[in-house]
Design a protein around this ligand. Structure first.
Ligand SMILES: Nc1ncnc2c1ncn2[C@@H]1O[C@H](COP(=O)(O)OP(=O)(O)OP(=O)(O)O)[C@@H](O)[C@H]1O
Length: 611
């Protein structure tokens, strides 16, 4: 229930919707009622049950309030009068005319109320999606493992659809159908009290059984949704790694992985569907059983007592016609209860994401970083990914305006060190200080404002060249963007593209060469003009010309900045002010190129290996 109400919060403000919706539903119900209410007089007219002479006197206001006899008395009085004046055909025509008009109005009100409810559904779901997107972008980087990515995608798509089809749908069902039920039942009571008491049995019994089935369904639907997340994970991985998959001829391998998940999904889905599909025939049969009982009981009321019968034949037929209509809202309510159960599973999965606390966030006393004047210092920093300790006791100092290079064997922890500076992760031990104060004392946004990051893999977005450089600042000036592209050696190739700076670069920059992608990433960093630069050198080999262009771009970028460079080719960092050799998560040597060569340790060995 808590989940349901939390999801309903997204439908707020709901009152401006509910009041008109309520009124429209009542109007719709009353007008549809008129159709059926006309059945008895229609049949009586056709089968000559109306007295030829109009009854004397007034309407029976005193004896009957709005009861069956009153309505009947009123109609019959009127009909008798009209028959007397203009004949039976006129009454028939009036009954038909009223039926058509009532149906027209009923449908107009229904249409308007449907429009309203669809609008509410759409905005509610849009709000849920927006909240999810906000939350996802606020989570810390460590959260986005491949497993989580597929899972998040599934939650933001499948689960949101499931909530749309159930929870938001239920809001309108739970308002509309009870009204219909109440109005219809009130009318049924005026037709026959005894019979109506009977019908009351149907709703709780069949409703109870259906909700029992729905509860069982809930368990299976959780499984199905999990498998759908795994499917998306495999798909995402495959799309991202298509080049490798093809190059290694591993199509069959990934296909078998996908087939396995796919089959698991089918199994789980079928289990779920089998139960779900059982609900509808079950309620149908239950409904018909009760209609049968009512037919029998009502029929006996008509047949047994002859003249004294509490029901006339035409009333009984009206009753049955009406009763089949009552089943619809009753069925809709029990279906909605079942759907809500299913939607709640999806809703819980959505709320789980919304409830995630980003593990890296500002503290209440965090202040904006106003300037960077001296140095960034690592003081006995350690770090673990979960249980896996990857950094131990790292200490070094990155002076303002200087370049520190991290080198060392793969997997040593260089990228992890770099990730700690913009607080993608926080150290598990020790401290990182900026101008002598812990990074955590500053707001994350202000800290990152001072930093520019160029990653190994150039991350580009499906947008124009301009927007990729002026990332997040669409109103940036064209001159500044061009200036940045020039510094990054990217201007010339951009100008050769079909629409220059307005060229769409394709998903993840697929239309560009590796070197071009890198230079665009560099141009983005130049444009941001950060004081502190974190540069993870690309490992992918470029041809000599391209390499030179990229290297020059990097040299331009680093000019007058404080830089932490993760170097894979030692030739590029010989002039660094400080070279730190990282091995197995520890600092094993540090110094300048010359001093480290002279020392003849790990750095020298690496150097020899590379040359
Ligand atoms: N998200 C992660 N979860 C768990 N372990 C991780 C994660 N990222 C990296 N590691 C592990 O942490 C260790 C250090 O990785 P890191 O990427 O920092 O090394 P690196 O020196 O930058 O390597 P390379 O030169 O190959 O880029 C490795 O053993 C790696 O397997």
């Amino acid at each position: 229930m808590k989940t349901y109400f939390r999801l309903l919060e997204f439908a707020k403000p709901i009152t401006p919707f509910l009041v008109p919706y309520f009124i429209l539903t009542i109007l719709y119900t009353v007008f549809s009622l008129v159709n059926f209410a006309m059945l008895t007089p229609l049949m009586d007219v056709l089968f000559n049950e109306i007295p030829e002479q109009a009854p004397e006197g007034q309407l029976y206001w005193d004896d009957f309030t709005l009861s069956k006899e009153f309505i009947k008395g009123y109609f019959y009085q009127e009909f008798a009068r009209i028959i007397e004046e203009s004949g039976k055909m006129t009454v028939l025509a009036i009954v038909c005319g009223v039926t058509i008009t009532a149906s027209l109005f009923a449908n107009i009100f229904r249409y308007v109320s449907r429009r309203m409810s669809e609008g509410l559904k759409a905005t509610t779901v849009a709000r849920i999606r927006a909240a999810l997107f906000d939350k996802i972008t606020s989570l810390h980087i460590g959260y986005f493992t491949n497993q989580h990515k597929g899972d998040l995608m599934s939650r933001a798509t499948n689960d949101v659809f499931a909530v749309e089809a159930s929870i938001t749908q239920s809001i309108t069902t739970f308002v509309k159908e009870p009204i219909t039920l109440i109005v219809f039942f009130a009318y049924l009571f005026t037709l026959s009290f005894e019979l109506t008491i009977f019908t009351f049995l149907i709703i709780p019994i069949s409703g109870g059984v259906i909700s029992y089935i729905a509860k069982k369904l809930k368990k299976h639907s959780k499984n199905a949704q999990q498998f759908s997340a795994s499917l998306l994970s495999v798909l995402d991985e495959t799309l991202g790694g298509m080049r490798v998959i093809k190059a290694f001829g591993s199509e069959r391998y990934v296909k078998s992985k996908f087939d396995f998940e796919n089959q698991e999904y089918v199994k789980s889905f079928r289990k779920m569907a089998n139960r779900k599909e059982l609900a509808s025939p079950y309620s149908e049969v239950m409904g018909m059983v009760f209609v049968g009982i009512i037919l029998f009981y009502g029929g006996s009321l008509v047949l047994d007592k002859g003249e004294e019968a509490p029901l006339t034949a035409s009333e009984f037929i009206t009753y049955i016609a009406f009763f089949t209509q009552v089943l619809n809202p009753a069925k809709a309510i029990s279906n909605a209860i079942g759907n809500v159960q299913r939607g709640l599973v999806a809703g819980e999965r959505i709320l789980e994401v919304l409830d995630l606390e980003p593990s890296i966030q500002d503290q209440s006393k965090s202040l904006p970083l106003k300037s960077f004047d001296e140095a960034i210092t690592f003081d006995k920093v350690s770090f673990a990914y979960g249980d896996k300790q990857v950094l131990h006791d790292i200490s070094f100092r990155l002076e303002k305006g200087k370049t520190v290079a991290l080198v060392g064997p793969s997997g040593g922890g260089k990228s992890t060190i770099a990730d700690l500076i913009p607080r993608f992760y926080d150290p598990s031990g020790g401290q990182i200080l900026i101008d002598g104060k812990d990074l955590k004392e500053y707001t994350i946004d202000s800290l990152r404002d001072y930093m520019g990051i160029v990653t190994q893999e150039s991350i580009l977005f499906h947008d124009t060249v301009f927007n990729n450089i002026a990332f997040g600042q669409p109103d940036a000036s064209r001159e500044e963007v061009i200036q940045a592209a020039k510094i990054a050696n990217a201007h010339n190739f951009i100008m050769n593209m079909e629409d220059g700076y307005d060229t769409m670069i394709g998903e993840r920059g697929a239309k560009l060469s590796g070197g071009q992608r890198q230079r665009l990433s560099i141009a983005r960093a130049v444009f941001k003009n950060p004081s502190i630069l974190i540069l993870d050198e690309a490992t992918s080999a470029l041809d000599t010309v391209s390499e030179k262009l990229v290297q020059d771009a990097i040299t331009n970028l680093m000019k007058d900045r404080t830089a932490l460079v993760i170097a894979h080719r030692l030739s590029t960092i010989q002039n660094a002010d400080l070279i730190i050799v990282i091995k197995e998560g520890r600092v094993v040597e540090q110094g300048t190129h010359d001093s480290l060569i002279a020392k003849g340790g790990v750095y020298k060995t690496l150097q020899e290996l590379q040359s």
